[in-house]
Design a protein around this ligand. Structure first.
Ligand SMILES: Cc1cc2nc3c(=O)[nH]c(=O)nc-3n(C[C@H](O)[C@H](O)[C@H](O)COP(=O)(O)OP(=O)(O)OC[C@H]3O[C@@H](n4cnc5c(N)ncnc54)[C@H](O)[C@@H]3O)c2cc1C
Length: 337
């Protein structure tokens, strides 16, 4: 077998990994896989308790149509496949742990996290847009409704089965959820403050010709409980008209905010809030790389497919720099045979 001399267990903080991947989104997981494939000793650190990044946390049930080799694949299935591909090489995976600093320690990096300190010969930053959170409703309401009657993420479609569901939002995601839940819920109402939706034209057309109740242009003003049902107070835009809707659940789809301010403390050059990289995906600090949504170069497109493409460039350059004498075959077929 190709992997014989790898040290798998970190028994001491002095253990020095070849590559530490920061972020366990789709691109971070593919990085850990590919580095394993190249026989590297890999550590992946993820701040959330689960792997999957935006795909796993924000749109697990959405169909993705632009990942090569899959005509379409659900977000959560792509995450499962990436995880199983990555785990074949048994990388060290540390979850629920945020990286807070990367400091030079001789020819190594000292990586400080919310829980412990680790060492590595190189670092690949795959933190996407940083720690992300859903944009909340703009008014105060009883926070005990969250996770019961007010959702910001869809974790399981069965949670909506045979229920009266309202969806707030007018973007791609809100339209996709309305169409998806229409096959599962008893009724679906989509509420948007404008008359026009920003989704894909074909999806918007499907929405407008479906039996989904389209409530526009209305603004959500308040939430309360009415005999066990969720009462949503609505106000018609540019008018004094008010309305109310009784549903079992409200799914809010106002997009997400992300926070990548931590990057400012890592002494690397940034382009806005993203990490500036060269054509090896290397940052302004040698042996620190960035891939996926966190990386910026001229012409960058923030998609899973582009992130995957950046990974071999970063990993191979890191390993060639750390082990200039080590030559490995480039094609995975020659590694597995
Ligand atoms: C609603 C929606 C729909 C989308 N649809 C598509 C689509 O159809 N096709 C497509 O190609 N792309 C789509 N995208 C974009 C796609 O999800 C991203 O391009 C992709 O997730 C980028 O992967 P990543 O691994 O670079 O970053 P992310 O997925 O953002 O993962 C980054 C990970 O890093 C972790 N992290 C952040 N800070 C730290 C830290 N300090 N320490 C440790 N861990 C940290 C985060 O918790 C996160 O898990 C969509 C995005 C959204 C929001």
């Amino acid at each position: 077998m190709f992997f014989t001399s790898k040290i798998k267990e970190t028994e001491h903080m002095e253990h020095v990994f070849d590559i530490t991947v920061i972020g366990g989104g789709p691109v971070g997981m593919f990085t850990a896989f590919y580095a394993g494939l190249r026989n590297a000793d890999v550590h992946l650190i993820e701040s959330l308790p689960e792997l999957g990044g935006q795909t796993g946390a924000l749109y697990p049930e959405k169909e993705i149509y632009d990942v090569a080799g899959f005509p379409h694949i659900k977000g959560k299935l792509l995450v499962q496949q990436l995880e199983s591909q990555m785990r074949a090489f048994d990388p060290q995976i540390t979850l629920d742990t945020a990286v807070t600093n990367i400091a030079q320690a001789g020819d190594q990096f000292k990586i400080t996290t919310s829980k412990a300190t680790y060492y590595s010969k190189s670092v690949i930053i795959a933190i996407g847009n940083g720690a992300f959170a859903p944009r909340k409703l703009a008014f105060d309401y009883d926070s005990r409704l969250d996770h019961h009657q007010v959702d910001y993420f869809v974790h399981d479609l069965d949670d909506y089965k045979d229920l009266d569901v309202a969806i707030a939002g007018g973007g791609d995601s809100a339209v996709d959820w309305a169409l998806t839940l229409n096959d599962i819920a008893k009724s679906v109402t989509i509420i948007h403050r404008r008359d026009k939706f920003r989704g894909l034209e074909s999806s918007v057309k499907q929405l407008m010709t479906s039996n989904i109740n389209v409530k526009t242009p209305f603004l959500l003003e308040g939430l309360g409980l009415d005999d066990g049902k969720l009462k949503i107070d609505l106000k018609k835009m540019k008018s004094d008209d008010h309305d109310a809707l009784l549903v079992d659940k409200l799914l809010v789809n106002y997009g997400f905010t992300s926070d990548s301010r931590i990057l400012r403390q890592w002494a690397i050059d940034l382009q806005g809030t993203d990490v500036l990289v060269d054509n090896h995906m290397q940052t302004s600090r040698p042996l620190i790389y960035s891939v996926g949504d966190s990386a910026y170069y001229n012409g960058k497109v923030k998609l899973i497919a582009s992130g995957f493409g950046e990974v071999p460039t970063a990993v191979n350059h890191a390993l060639e720099t750390i082990y200039p004498e080590r030559k490995q075959p480039l094609h995975s077929t020659s590694l597995f045979n």
